[in-house]
Write a protein that binds this ligand. Structure first.
Ligand code: COA
Ligand code: AMP
Length: 625
């Protein structure tokens, strides 16, 4: 905090630059300043080429472990580089160059990682869309990013179900106003995608041709401040926010974090069990481990059911992983199936040193369960799509601080985390408030939203002048430990997946029979939170409410995707409101969760809350039951 430029300037020496930055931090450029202005670099070069040149050519860079297809593969740094060079040339053949966007709608296969790196290699900006999102969500992203090319595959594989991607992609392209010129589709053996003549191209044929012709693409030098990727995340409306990540600051912060935060050395095996569609997957399946010269594991499977609750221990022992990073929900799933941790004893976890959790609040019970059985430190750390890496954590590499259950520990270098009241005034220790980060944000954090500077300022910088608003609420204790208790906006975390209840309300309202609705996240033992939607039907609708509820559930799945896990729609006569007409979502949530609640002083008609309780009870939900 005393000398950010000195600190990050030194950290930047761990990265190879074509030209070093003219200024480590330039307060005059960008919205709140930019890191490493004037620097010229290439992220793919730092993730692959320099390791091959520096003696890691034969070290495994990527292990693909896929219980859902019963396949495994490994790529050395030299092999991964060769594949990425070819793929980069294939992408460039579509006229894609520096600054052009490429959307990836792909399952967890090595080609997804290669595609991200191939885009980085030629200076193209990738935007990965998670496979659990439906056509409409993909269409919104297409319209915003305007990609020259979309890379996709014929299917993803969920336990017991093949998810065909191509019909979703075709529908998204049909829904989008922007016309996508080209798609390159990888046919997987589990499903055959139908190709649209003139637009769709077969990945394997182009690959074979490029290999035969020995086509490769070199690294294109880009500005440190040029975008590496756009990652869309849920915002407070149905329109997702295009979080922009730059090249230079991102590399510096991620490389620094591998040793200092995760305590991992180059050459070691690091496993992040997330999905490349999420920020955690971007940072710690792909970029972080490869920038650091580690072996990264790409796991196409689940914590349970593929085939059992020992899956994670099997992967750790088989590949010798020293660290695992996943979401608490994955551990709750394992704990539910194997409460005594009997599977753990079946595997050799001797190399395993630490478990890292993020993506949602880590409940102390799950942490304690993991600590007792794994006998390694279990480290909760807090971050957001916007930051790209950890805001508060426990730095293994620098020297671990005592763990306090329920807290992700302390702010990482570069983050001045304050807890403030509505007037932006810091509140005393142990008092709840809005969690904000003093500007400037450290390297890797978003400089803006894609082509939406004003929305960036309005969403993050306007409410607390001089600060970045995290939209999380919490407090700091007397030792400066941060406690993150929940969001201040409409975002909920379902099984570690970030979703907007506002977006769901838009879908519910679009049903012909719905007059008004309210969606909120309610407690769930496995997923942390799940959405629950209350609907009031239009006057004169006399179809059975159960039929309408089923249609609403199907509609959310169709419009947002299965990942929304929206399974609970409840018809009520009216919604509880304040006298000024604001829906009392907070009180409804408390009733559903079985938490203590007080009658809001401003309520219009207290009887409505009893009706909500009865409706919940009829569905057998939480506190209503
Ligand atoms: N493509 C298509 N569908 C997908 C998908 C994908 N990539 N990922 C999830 N889905 C579907 C699931 O099949 C499920 O469908 P269903 O309603 O037909 O059952 C639905 O989306 C909800 O998925 P999810 O919330 O993940 O629940 P689950 O019951 O399938 O699995 C867990 C529960 C806990 C095992 C799983 O959520 C998990 O492993 N979570 C780890 C979280 C994580 O990696 N978070 C990233 C941030 S660190
Ligand atoms: P995402 O952008 O998907 O990573 O989600 C970010 C949000 O997830 C944060 O704003 C928090 O609300 C929540 N979150 C992530 N990690 C943690 C954590 N360790 N503890 C509490 N909440 C977390």
């Amino acid at each position: 905090m005393r000398d950010p430029e000195g600190f990050w300037g030194e950290a930047a020496q761990a990265i190879d630059w074509y030209e070093p930055a003219k200024k480590v931090f330039d307060p005059a450029s960008g919205i709140y300043g930019r890191w490493f202005s004037g620097g010229v670099c290439n992220t793919c070069y730092n993730a692959l080429d320099r390791h091959v040149a520096g003696g890691r050519a034969n070290q495994t860079a990527l292990i693909y472990d896929s219980p859902v297809t019963k396949t495994k593969a490994a790529y050395s740094y030299a092999e991964l580089l060769a594949e990425v060079k070819t793929l980069a040339a294939m992408i460039a053949d579509f006229g894609v160059g520096k600054g052009d966007r490429v959307i990836l709608y792909m399952p967890m296969i090595p080609e997804a990682v290669m595609a991200m790196l191939a885009c980085a290699r030629i200076g193209a900006v990738h935007s990965v869309v998670f496979g659990g999102f439906a056509a409409k969500e993909l269409a919104t992203r297409i319209d915003d990013a305007k990609p020259k090319l979309i890379l996709s595959a014929s299917c993803g594989i969920e336990p017991g179900r093949v998810v065909t991607y191509k019909p979703l992609l075709d529908e998204a392209i049909r829904l989008a106003n922007y016309k996508v010129p080209s798609c390159m589709i990888l046919q997987r053996p589990q499903a055959q995608a139908e190709m649209t003549a003139g637009r769709d191209h077969d990945w394997a044929s182009l690959h074979a041709k490029a290999k035969k012709e020995n086509k490769t693409a070199d690294c294109v030098p880009v500005a440190a401040t040029d975008p590496l990727y756009i990652l869309y995340t849920s915002g407070t409306t149905g329109i997702p926010k295009g979080v922009v990540r730059d090249n230079g600051g991102h590399m510096v912060a991620l490389k620094w974090s591998m040793k200092n935060l995760y305590g991992v050395d180059p050459g070691e095996v690091y496993w992040c069990a997330s999905d490349v569609g999420w920020v955690v997957g971007h940072s710690y399946i792909v970029y972080g481990p490869l920038l650091h010269g580690c072996t990264s594991i790409l796991y196409e499977g689940k914590p349970v059911g593929t085939p059992d609750a020992g899956a994670f221990w099997r992967v750790i022992s088989e590949h010798g992983a020293v660290a695992l990073f996943t979401a608490p929900t994955a551990f709750r799933a394992i704990k539910k199936e194997d409460p005594k941790g009997e599977f753990i004893g079946k595997y050799d976890l001797s190399k395993f040193r630490a478990l890292f959790l993020a993506g949602e609040r880590a409940d102390p019970d799950t942490i304690k369960w993991a600590e007792n059985l794994l006998k390694v430190p279990v480290i909760d750390h807090w971050w957001q799509t916007e930051t790209g890496w950890c805001i508060a954590g426990n730095p293994m590499g620098l020297g671990m601080l005592p763990v306090k259950h329920g807290s992700p520990t302390v702010p990482m270098p570069g983050y001045q985390v304050d807890i403030v009241d509505e007037a932006s005034k810091p509140v005393p220790a142990n008092k709840m408030g809005s969690i904000v980060v003093k500007l400037p944000m450290p390297p890797a954090c978003l400089p803006t939203l894609w082509e939406q500077d004003e929305r960036f300022k309005e969403s993050y910088l306007a409410e607390f002048p001089g600060y970045y608003k995290t939209a999380d609420a919490g407090y700091k204790d007397d030792d400066g430990y941060v406690y993150v208790m929940g969001r201040t906006d409409d975002i909920i975390n379902v099984a570690g997946h970030r979703l907007s209840t506002g977006g769901m309300e838009e879908v519910l309202s679009s049903h012909q029979d719905v007059a008004e609705c309210a969606v909120m996240g309610i407690k769930d033992e496995l997923k942390g939170e799940v959405p629950c939607g209350f609907v009031v039907l239009k006057a004169g609708v006399n179809r059975p409410p159960a039929d309408i509820e089923k249609e609403i559930v199907a509609l959310v799945r169709e419009k947002i995707g299965p990942v929304a896990a929206f399974k609970l729609a409840i018809t009520v006569k009216r919604l509880p409101k304040t006298r000024s007409g604001k829906i009392l979502r907070g009180t409804m949530k408390k009733i559903a969760d079985g938490d203590e609640w007080k009658m809001p002083a401003t309520i219009d008609d207290p009887a409505v809350l009893d009706e909500i309780g009865v409706a919940l009870k009829e569905k057998g939900v939480g506190g209503g039951a």
